[in-house]
Design a binder for this molecule. Sequence first.
Ligand code: SF4
Length: 439
Amino acid sequence: MPRYASYPTVPFWNENFEVEKWTSEFQHKFDEQNHQDGIAIYIHLPFCESLCTYCGCNKKITTNHSVEEEYLLAIEKEWGLYRKLMSQTPVIREIHLGGGTPTFFSPRNLERLLNSILKRSITHPQYEFSIEAHPNNTTVEHLKVLQKIGFRRISYGVQDNDPEVQRVINRIQPFENVKSAIENARRFGFTSVNFDLIYGLPLQTVESIEKTINQVIELKPDRIAFYSYAHVPWTSRAQRLFDESHLPAASEKILLYLKGKELFLNNGYVDLGMDHFALPTDELYKAWKEGQLFRSFMGYTTRRTGLLLGLGVSSISDTGGAFAQNAKALHDYYELIGIGQLAIQKGYILSDLDKACKKYILDIACKGYTEFRVEDMEILEEYSIPKLKGLEQDGLVTLTSNGVSVTDQGRYFIRNICSAFDLYLAKVDTQKTLFSKAV
Ligand code: SF4
């Protein structure tokens, strides 16, 4: 079942995407958006020193840090190509560094990368800069450099503290590292710290996850993303290393989730839906409370991103009306950027009907309700409403003549509810080969 970071979801985008169409869509949106609200930039930094076997991200495993230089040169060149498409000085509202492991790069190189983007740009007064970091290799120097540039949000991949689970997923990360990672982040002025945790990993039990979560709660991260492990060995080859008998069955996986949720709620966290929990002091909670939550490839964000520009291998850009994804293989990315072309290999221009379905899905994922537009009723009657009626019988939604809202019980099944508006899923007989199971 898709996670709906986009609609249509990536498997339905076009491989023969016309880059010219994308560039004119990008320029149009940039002109509309830049002075009004600024733009958001996602930079994909793909290198990791070792392979976590559960991982489904686009990454390159190496311990050779000389790769940093070539990659930075390519990103700087790609940014230069986009700068030529911009009619005015860009106003940067958001930067998010994701990976891979962004903290694989030296503090000096991260500083150089960020300065190369910020030096001929205007930083929006309400800018938000964030980074995904690995507790094992985030140094005090990384934090100092990022803090100086204006980063206040950091997300650590914690996943699970149990040594046996860590052994089978090949991510040895002593709890002491996690503890000092969050303490250092706070010391250097990061006001919002997120932890990513995963349930459904091999060898996890209710007891082991309870222990992990109790340790995590002691450290009081501001946000927690509690993701379901997506078992997709047909696309993530390293997952084939797992002994499948070690994976919790669907019924056990639900118990792992319920135990986590109970512990979060009993310790002051609020369930924002779709795997996310936050303390009431965190901006994400405030955005949720005010109905301002937004969802994009950067996960849940506190504001609607009008124009997202993705830089780096496999990164995704979103204008609201079109998506574009860069080449997923590093050599293809280097080759295209090297000859002075944008590295786009896949994309999608949304129709009016796509935009309507995207809005319904975003509403469900971010607010837990949506209102139907009169002009969409014919297609909704034909496709979505029969599905929603089935979900209503299961107690997951409440349907009225002009909208639908998610019940408390339905919050665990947000992805299934979103899928009622996914017209592309209807065309697929073999969903299981494209997406992981919902549970
Ligand atoms: S989980 Fe993170 S650190 Fe591990 S291989 Fe994947 S991207 Fe790299």
